[in-house]
Design a protein around this ligand. Structure first.
Ligand SMILES: Cc1cc2nc3c(=O)[nH]c(=O)nc-3n(C[C@H](O)[C@H](O)[C@H](O)COP(=O)(O)OP(=O)(O)OC[C@H]3O[C@@H](n4cnc5c(N)ncnc54)[C@H](O)[C@@H]3O)c2cc1C
Length: 355
């Protein structure tokens, strides 16, 4: 199959579809190539219980909005329906099951290779998503074969895990939600916490997303951000799609063990009698990445079987993550302003509670 069109859009998520709507509104001939189905990421790369952490009133597409309760949080089924219905609503020229394999400049335009053949166009829109490749740290390769490791992209529900302790690495929205769900299933969970952003679900009676919107933070353009490289690396806030605050204190209350960053695996092992090897993990940051070790059903001993966790400096500092299980949710500890980076972050949210 070969073809020619003005614009090729890669990806039929909501970005690609919104772009399609605008191109159609300006009578620009185009085609949307999608390697899977419309809303593919939401169909195949999310866990079962996930709800959007953005309230329904925030889910809008050009000329279209979700008609559920404004303050609710969409399930995955609802997101898939929402995006799929939008594709029909705008009559988007989507070609599903076509993977774009390369894009090359070709004279004034582009040559776009797909599994189905070659296309030519004047412009290409890359709407192929930002979360397609799991950010698994290289140290995962050093895990012993007896420790099963999976990324958040592959995680579906606790029922698919072996009945053993779990180390969740990364404590942004995904890591927190997975730690919460896995702990609720009765497994012993350790959460390795690196840099993270705390956020209450609501503040003074309003959802936090309302405040972020009103403050103009969500409208900031890339060229208005002081440090774009840094901004791109800022973790997503600790939020869950429910009318409750999910934070390290809530997890501590649930029995999750909070530790610092995962910085490596020693690779060494010590004998632990009949239980076999005890692996030594040093704690460090990574994107949401969960490791767990299949083994006996003795989940109470899960932490020990997963490994002895050696933490970096901030694990047990006063005011550090999870050190105040007594603190009521909503009572926010004062941020320590030691590292320049913390000060920089703090200055962006001058009216933040506790700052
Ligand atoms: C766990 C998780 C939870 C999230 N929760 C929220 C939330 O609550 N609220 C919120 O606003 N955002 C949330 N996000 C972010 C949200 O998923 C993204 O911002 C959004 O999906 C981006 O839309 P997109 O259209 O750019 O990309 P995607 O929805 O990822 O769409 C990209 C499309 O491109 C296709 N594609 C990729 N490569 C190719 C190729 N080579 N050829 C053809 N097609 C290709 C993919 O199959 C996919 O369908 C979450 C993300 C994750 C990972």
């Amino acid at each position: 199959m070969t073809g020619h069109t003005d614009v090729i859009v890669i990806g039929a998520g909501h970005s690609g579809l919104a772009m399609s709507a605008w191109l159609a509104a300006h009578s620009v001939e185009h085609v949307v190539f999608e390697r899977g189905e419309v809303a593919n990421s939401w169909r195949h790369e999310r866990w079962d219980s996930l709800r959007l952490l953005t309230p329904n009133w925030q889910s809008r597409l050009p000329g279209y909005r979700f008609d559920g309760p404004p303050d609710g949080f969409m399930t995955m089924t609802e997101v898939i329906q929402f995006v799929t219905r939008y594709a029909s609503f705008i009559g988007a020229p989507v070609r599903t099951g076509i993977t774009v394999t390369s894009v090359r400049q070709d004279g004034d335009g582009f040559r776009v290779m797909t599994h189905e053949g070659e296309w030519h166009c004047r412009a290409v829109v890359m709407a192929n998503g930002a979360h397609g490749i799991a950010n698994v740290p290289a140290l995962a390769a050093s895990l012993p074969a007896s420790v099963r490791s999976l990324s958040a992209k592959d995680y579906r529900n606790p029922g698919r895990l072996d009945d053993a302790g779990v180390l969740v690495v990364g404590a942004s929205a995904t890591g927190l939600q997975l730690a919460d769900e896995i702990a609720a299933s009765g497994r012993a969970v350790t959460l390795a916490v690196g840099e993270h952003i705390r956020m209450p679900r609501s503040y003074r009676g309003r959802d936090i997303q309302w405040w972020l919107t009103q403050a103009g933070i969500l409208d900031q353009r890339f060229d208005q951000v002081d440090d774009l490289v840094r901004a791109r690396r800022v973790p997503s806030p600790q939020l869950v799609g429910a009318a409750r605050t999910l934070d390290l204190n809530a997890l501590t209350a649930r029995g999750v063990r909070i530790v610092g960053r995962l910085v490596g695996l020693d690779g060494s092992s010590t004998s632990r009698g009949s239980r076999g090897r005890r692996w030594l993990f040093r704690i460090a940051q990574s994107a949401a990445w969960a490791v767990h070790r299949p083994g006996s059903g003795d989940t109470n001993a899960g932490h020990a079987r997963i490994g002895q966790l050696r933490t970096e400096h901030h694990q047990q500092e006063p005011g550090g993550p999870g050190d105040r299980p007594d603190r009521a949710p909503g009572a926010w500890p004062r941020l320590k302003r030691r590292a320049p980076r913390d000060r920089e972050l703090a200055s962006r949210y001058p009216s933040w509670p506790g700052l």
